[in-house]
Design a protein around this ligand. Structure first.
Ligand code: DX5
Ligand code: ZN
Length: 217
């Protein structure tokens, strides 16, 4: 499984060090949580941080937008070095337009679902997206407990993917540790975000390796 360390739980005073560590540990993605204090009740950081760290990593930059008016952030994110841009289905009345815009700027288009949003809302856009991110906690904060009800949702999404012979990634985000990652993988997830599990440990590099190991990589 691909691992996406979330820098939300990294040491902001030593961001470059943590990012270089995560690449060295073999993490394929770097997950960057952009929060505006409106769509979610928390603030994080914006594209200047992305731009600042881009020269120090060859990882795939996976930008998770938790903002209102996501269409305003697509071009700045792409210019700052995003590879994948994830937009919440719930954050715009024009999800298709925003996903089109992401592709137009040369990035991979990812749609994100809150825990309360069923996968059925994606029926008519699944063939268009590069990835679906299933939130396994309520968005806004690191360190929350994995919601076990989300396993059935991942299974249903994976079933649709197989039936329709589609090839989007299924990413999971929130409460991922060495147990929950295996449950998500069994259900069909292909990418896992992990923040506090990795960065709250005294040996974060080892934690990334453990996540790869328990998922067979
Ligand atoms: C939460 C963010 C997550 C967060 C995950 O809204 O989307 O990416 O950093 O943190 P953990 O892995 O600690 O649940
Ligand atoms: Zn996230």
């Amino acid at each position: 499984m691909k691992i996406a360390p979330s820098i939300l739980s990294a040491d902001f005073a030593n961001l470059r060090k943590d990012i270089e560590m995560s690449e060295k540990a073999g993490a394929e993605y770097l997950h960057i949580d952009i929060m505006d204090g409106h769509f979610v009740p928390n603030l994080s950081f914006g594209e200047p941080i992305l731009k600042a760290v881009r020269p120090y990593s060859n990882q795939i930059f996976d930008c998770h937008l938790m903002v209102e008016n996501p269409e305003d952030y697509i071009v700045p994110m792409a210019e700052a070095g995003a590879d994948i841009i994830g937009v919440h289905y719930e954050s715009t009345p024009h999800i298709y337009r925003v996903l089109q815009k992401i592709k137009e700027v040369g990035c991979k288009a990812e749609v994100v679902l809150n825990p309360g949003t069923p996968i059925e809302v994606l029926t008519d856009i699944l063939a268009f997206v590069d990835a679906v991110l299933v939130m396994t906690v309520n968005p806004g904060f690191g360190g929350q407990k994995f919601l076990p009800n989300m396993i059935g949702k991942i299974q249903r999404l994976s079933q649709v993917k197989t039936e329709q012979k589609l090839d989007f990634e299924i990413e999971v985000d929130g409460g991922i540790n060495e147990q929950t990652i295996q449950e998500c993988q069994k259900a069909g997830a292909t990418v896992a975000v992990a923040g506090s599990y990795i960065f709250n440990d005294s040996n974060p590099m080892n934690k990334i390796k453990v996540l790869h190991k328990v998922t067979g990589d």
